[in-house]
Design a protein around this ligand. Structure first.
Ligand code: FES
Ligand code: FES
Length: 177
């Protein structure tokens, strides 16, 4: 099976029915994407497939052939050769969204997809887009606030990455584990 993840092609000798989540975490060692329920109920495993959020725990490898998978490790952009936080990541840090952090990769991936489709979502649009992502720590008000802040950052094109700031270390903590 050949899969394309974060702009890179990988050839994997795996069962075509194996969940994408297994390939991402076990074969590619991209552990930012989390296993929660395994049955499409929590959103912890959310990644993008051709830019749209999907549940990697119930998406078989064979379903992503010839398509583009993006994980939390792949949403940063490059500015003059340096990695730049996505506006959603920057907003998450500024609004101090994570508590235990376990759901946050999936939350961020859903938020990134939402803002790509709707750059200025209202409360209902946010709740509709994020309703499939469960947070056992109950950080929903901060998530909503951070999405609005990210929308503002995107609209103003604010530079969001400072390699010397603690934000960088915090981002890495949010992506790995
Ligand atoms: S682990 Fe995939 S939705 Fe819960
Ligand atoms: S921050 Fe703990 S589950 Fe969401």
């Amino acid at each position: 099976m050949r899969i394309r993840v974060n702009g890179q092609d990988h050839e994997l000798d795996v069962d075509p029915s194996m969940p994408l989540l297994w390939a991402i975490r076990e074969n590619l060692a991209l552990t930012g994407t989390k296993f929660g329920c395994g049955v499409a109920q929590c959103g912890a495993c959310t990644v993008h497939l051709d830019g749209q959020p999907v549940r990697a725990c119930v998406t078989p490898i064979e379903a992503v052939q010839g398509r583009e998978v993006t994980t939390i490790e792949g949403i940063q952009s490059n500015q003059d050769g340096d990695p730049a936080l996505h506006a959603v990541q920057a907003a998450w840090i500024e609004k101090q969204v994570p508590q235990c952090g376990y759901c946050q990769s999936g939350q961020i991936m859903s938020a990134v997809a939402l803002l790509a489709n709707n750059p200025n979502p209202n409360d209902k649009a946010i709740d509709d887009a994020m309703s499939g992502n469960i947070c056992r720590c109950g950080m929903y008000p901060r998530i909503r606030s951070a999405i609005k802040h990210a929308a503002s950052l995107q609209s103003t094109g604010v530079q969001t990455f400072d390699p010397n700031a603690s934000a960088s270390a915090t981002s890495k903590e949010m992506q790995h584990g």
